[in-house]
Every structure is written in structure tokens, then in C-alpha cells.
Ligand binder design. Structure first.
Ligand SMILES: Nc1ncnc2c1ncn2[C@@H]1O[C@H](COP(=O)(O)OP(=O)(O)O)[C@@H](O)[C@H]1O
Ligand SMILES: [Mg+2]
Length: 419
């Protein structure tokens, strides 16, 4: 067979296969675009799990007629003004999302550039771009995606039922919303409002905690400790749950790098390492951690949906997380030990462990857990239960990998003892 150049339409469909795996991926890309456009309010509407239609409207800076036409071209982006892949500050930069979505759906964009007198609409149907027509749009951008994957029926077969697909879309919105508490979000699914996140007020930590409480539940907000730590060129902030607020899976660990939600094994491993003496091995903490790092020190261009990143100095990042979390937990343990009576200690203690789980290995950890909540007289100091446990037989054994609903199986590395 002769080598030939593929037609553009086919190239876009192939690219769409990587970037747009399911409706939630389209939602993620469109919400990211709205955030990059400086939106203060983003409203998402789904029908049929987002496959029949998904609509994302924002009040961002909008696009002019000519920008609309460029936006649906492959590799056209406004986000790399200096051809600089090293200092990326936006969520997008590849110029792939809109052409990819347009290749596998009926895409309709409607936008009014800030300060412009008129708004324009543009339709792309299975890769065929129409011509811009005048539209009625007060400001910002409205993107409608209808009949997602209709040109690629094979992909349709892999979709789950509408409820499941909507759930994934909601999850994608929640993750982005956690990192952008000043932006209001809503999600309407088959005419039912399932998510309303008003804009938050106060300083960054207050805004974050309020948003996290709404997304992750009051329980998290009431049982979370604030983390704030810095090393040259990198800052870690956010909230981590008390060990008592543990879960059976690691999917309640929300990690962000420069405002971008990631499922990164280095970061997940560091969180596990920080809690390892406080939780049974089948229990996982809830955390929402935000890493702000010099864009030049992290490569976000290593994964098709940017779910993983690569750090220039992974050991520095890992060390920062482990030490900041251990320190925060130890301080809280110390505070609890000086303010909480023994009755309370007894009341919380069993919550450290999953009933029936890890029976054999639970003894030394139970001791550690007690030290966490024990009155100060019983403890050698705030660090005692963390950095220098009296006995920790499992410490040198790698913990079994566990299954993450969003990212396959991550092997968990041996915790770094120096932390
Ligand atoms: N909601 C929006 N508001 C304003 N401009 C947008 C919006 N969505 C897309 N654009 C413009 O279209 C371009 C292409 O978008 P996209 O295909 O997602 O690629 P990328 O986000 O990587 O640049 C963006 O660079 C931006 O200029
Ligand atoms: Mg984009």
C-alpha cells in the first residue's frame, strides 16, 4: 500500500480519539476554555449524558468573527503568543479541543468579543466548517455540542449509560471548580439542576475552604486542616482531612498543579507516604492540595488530556508534600492531645480503621493512631506518632497498588523515609 497523507478530516478524527474520550472530556475542554477566557460564571447543560447535547456558556472575553473561524482550525491557539512551551500559564495550549470536538459532532459556537457590537455563530458538522452568521449573544461564549461521536459510531458503543456519563462530566466540572473558587458554576443534567456553586468571598484560603465544602461535603470542611508550605520556586497549599476522615479508595484525593487537576502518581505516592503511619493500608485520606510551581519546572505536555505532569525536581516536590503534611498532622495531633479528653479519644479511635479490614497488620498502627489523639502525657511530643514511631513493621514493605477510578492502576512507591 502506498504511503499517503491523510485528509484533514481524518486527522482530526484520529486526534479526537485521543483527546475526546467521552462527553466528560469535551466538558472538561470547554470549561477549561471558559476559564482561560477569564469567565466569572460558567453554566453547563447536559442531555442524554452529554452525548445527545452538552452546552457550556461563559461570560469570558469572547471571540470575534475571525477568531471563531481560527478557533476551529487545528493547532490554532491564542495561548502560546511567544511559541513558548516552557512557561505555560493557561489550561489549554495545543489548539486541539475545538477542531477535535467539531470533527466528531455537530458543534455550534456563538460568541461576542468583549466590547464588540455584534455576536457571531459558527457551525462545524463532522469536520465541515460553515460560514459565520450573525447571532444574538449578550456577551461571552456559548458552545453547543450535539450528537457527540455520531461520525464515529464505534466510539458510541463504548459509552456507558447516560447517568454514568453525566457523573463523569460532573466530576470534571467539580475538579476544575475546586481550583477556581471565585468562578461560579452550575450544572443542569436533563433539566435537573445538579450542581450550583456560587462565587466565594474572602481570602484565598477562605474561598477555597468554602468551595471545597460545597464540592466535597461539610464533613470535609469540618475535618480539614490547612496546609501552607513553601520551598524555593514551589508552594503547597490546600486542605487535608484528619486521619479519622478516611475512605476506602484514593479517589477523594484531589491534586492540582498550577490550577490544573492531575492524577499524578508522584503526588499520590507522597500523600500516601505522609499518612502511612496513621491509616490502615486499605484506608485513604481525603485531601485537596494545590501545588504552585514555576511553569518552567513542570512539563504539562506529557499526557493527551494533561492528567499527568512531569516535574524537573520530583524529589523536591515529594519532600515538600510529605514534610508539610506530616507537620500539619503532627501539629493537629498535638493540639488535639492538649484539648481533647480521653473520652473523646476513645470515641474517635475506632474510626481510624475499616471494620474487619487489615486485622493482622492493625496493631502497631492502632498504637500510632492512639498517639495521634492521646493526651500529651502519653506522647513523647507532637512528632512522636509520625516521624519516629516506636514500631512500624510494614514501613519497609511496598504497599499494594490500589485502583483509581479515573486513572487505572497506579503502583504505589515505597514511602520516602526521610520525608
Ligand atoms: N470560551 C471561549 N472564550 C473565548 N475564546 C475561546 C473560548 N474557547 C476557545 N476559545 C479560543 O479558541 C482557541 C482554540 O481553543 P482550543 O481548541 O480549545 O485550543 P486551546 O485551548 O488549546 O487554545 C483558544 O486558544 C481561544 O483563543
Ligand atoms: Mg482549549
Amino acid at each position: 500500500m502506498p504511503i499517503r497523507r491523510l485528509p484533514d478530516e481524518l486527522i482530526s478524527r484520529i486526534a479526537a480519539g485521543e483527546v475526546i474520550e467521552r462527553p466528560a472530556a469535551a466538558v472538561k475542554e470547554l470549561v477549561e476554555n471558559a476559564l482561560d477566557a477569564g469567565a466569572r460564571r460558567i453554566d453547563v447543560t447536559l442531555a442524554g449524558g452529554g452525548q445527545r447535547s452538552l452546552i457550556v456558556s461563559d461570560d469570558g472575553h469572547g471571540m470575534s468573527r475571525s477568531e471563531l473561524l481560527l478557533a476551529v482550525e487545528r493547532h490554532a491557539t491564542s495561548k502560546l503568543p511567544e511559541d513558548d512551551l516552557v512557561h505555560i500559564r493557561s489550561l489549554g495550549f495545543r489548539g486541539e479541543a475545538l477542531p477535535s470536538i467539531g470533527a466528531v459532532s455537530r458543534l455550534r459556537l456563538q460568541s461576542r468579543a468583549r466590547g464588540a457590537a455584534e455576536a457571531w455563530a459558527l457551525v462545524v458538522d463532522a469536520g465541515t466548517v460553515g460560514s459565520p452568521a450573525p447571532a444574538a449573544q449578550p456577551g461571552g461564549t456559548r458552545v453547543e455540542v450535539h450528537d457527540l461521536f455520531y461520525p464515529v459510531p464505534a466510539r458510541l458503543k463504548f459509552l456507558k449509560n447516560a447517568r454514568t456519563e453525566s457523573g463523569h462530566a460532573a466530576d470534571a466540572i467539580k475538579r476544575l471548580a475546586m481550583a477556581h473558587p471565585a468562578v461560579a458554576f452550575s450544572l443542569v443534567d436533563d433539566e435537573r439542576t445538579v450542581l450550583t456553586l456560587p462565587t466565594t468571598l474572602g481570602d484565598v484560603a477562605e474561598q477555597r475552604l468554602e468551595r471545597l465544602g460545597r464540592v466535597l461535603g461539610r464533613d470535609f470542611a469540618d475535618n480539614a486542616l490547612r496546609v501552607d508550605a513553601e520551598r524555593p520556586g514551589v508552594r503547597l497549599s490546600g486542605f487535608i482531612g484528619l486521619p479519622t476522615l478516611n475512605r476506602a479508595g484514593a479517589q477523594w484525593q484531589y491534586l492540582f498543579v498550577n490550577g490544573r487537576p492531575v492524577r499524578d502518581r508522584l503526588l499520590l505516592g507522597a500523600v500516601r507516604g505522609a499518612y502511612q503511619d496513621l491509616l490502615a493500608r486499605d484506608r485513604h485520606p481525603m485531601v485537596a492540595l494545590f501545588l504552585d510551581i514555576e511553569p518552567a519546572d513542570v512539563d504539562v505536555n506529557v499526557h493527551p488530556t494533561k492528567a499527568e505532569v512531569r516535574f524537573r525536581d520530583g524529589a523536591l516536590v515529594r519532600g515538600l508534600i510529605v514534610s508539610a503534611l506530616r507537620h500539619t498532622l503532627a501539629e493537629a495531633g498535638h493540639r488535639a492531645s492538649t484539648t481533647v479528653g480521653i473520652a473523646t479519644v476513645e470515641a474517635v479511635r475506632p474510626a481510624f480503621f475499616h471494620p474487619g479490614g487489615n486485622a493482622g497488620g492493625s496493631q502497631p498502627r492502632l498504637a500510632d493512631a492512639m498517639r495521634f489523639q492521646a493526651p500529651s502525657g502519653m506522647s513523647a511530643g507532637p512528632q512522636a506518632g509520625y516521624d519516629a514511631p516506636a514500631s512500624r513493621p510494614e514501613a519497609a514493605t511496598p504497599v499494594n497498588g490500589s485502583s483509581y477510578p479515573l486513572g487505572g492502576n497506579y503502583p504505589v512507591d515505597v514511602p520516602d523515609p526521610q520525608g
